[in-house]
Design a protein around this ligand. Structure first.
Ligand code: PAN
Ligand code: ZN
Length: 192
């Protein structure tokens, strides 16, 4: 018999993404993101790029996982700080992002190489359909804070993005952040 998952409440700090009760926090440091930015980064860099806090739930298709992400402001040679980005391991699992603070873009791409860039800021929601990889970019000068909720058995596949990249990169050009073609992109095999 599946164990019962009981109702719970979590207070959210919209400015920092902190939770009460505090949840498990995972941190991504710049050195761990070597190979994801256009420019080289020092693999030894301990600079914080983002933090994710997740409300625990059983990883079953009838449950939802929910997390806050806080991306620090900053960039690597004009490419703003961003998340690693992933497909869901179960490809057809959808997700919704809700912006709390800051200014950003969600970069989305499917296995055919189609891409989209959607704005994410306070009081905006971005719908991520199944089959679309997603990465969030902090294009502003402040922290970008958002909530995400997704089908709990989705899992995360980081490998395809690490090896193939997204069709576009977001770069600062003349004071604004905009999508530019990613010369290192390789379309994944949609039949794989
Ligand atoms: C989000 C992301 C979170 C961090 O909760 O996991 O923003 O990004 P990466 O997972 O790419 O490091 C989500 O999309 N969950 O499915
Ligand atoms: Zn996701």
């Amino acid at each position: 018999m599946t164990p019962e998952h009981l109702p719970s409440h979590t207070a959210l700090d919209l400015a920092t993404g902190a939770m009460d009760p505090e949840r498990a926090v995972s941190e991504r440091r710049l050195g761990e993101m070597a190979g994801l930015f256009q420019a080289d980064v020092d693999p030894a860099s301990r600079e914080l790029v983002y933090r994710v806090r997740t409300i625990p739930a059983p990883e079953r298709a009838n449950e939802l996982l929910c997390a806050t992400t806080v991306i620090e402001p900053g960039d690597v040679d004009g490419e703003p700080y961003m998340t690693a980005g992933h497909f869901h391991a179960v490809r057809d699992r959808a997700e919704v992002y809700v912006g709390f603070a800051g200014d950003g873009l969600v970069v989305l791409a499917d296995a055919r190489g189609r891409w989209r860039c959607e704005p994410l800021r306070s009081a905006s929601a971005v719908y991520i359909p199944g089959g679309w990889a997603h990465r969030t970019v902090n294009t502003g000068a402040e922290r970008l804070v958002f909530l995400s909720t997704w089908i709990a058995d989705a899992g995360h596949d980081y490998e395809v993005i690490r090896t193939h990249g997204f069709p576009i990169a977001v770069m600062r050009r003349g004071g604004r952040a905009e999508p530019v073609p990613n010369p290192r992109y390789r379309a994944p095999d949609p039949t794989a």
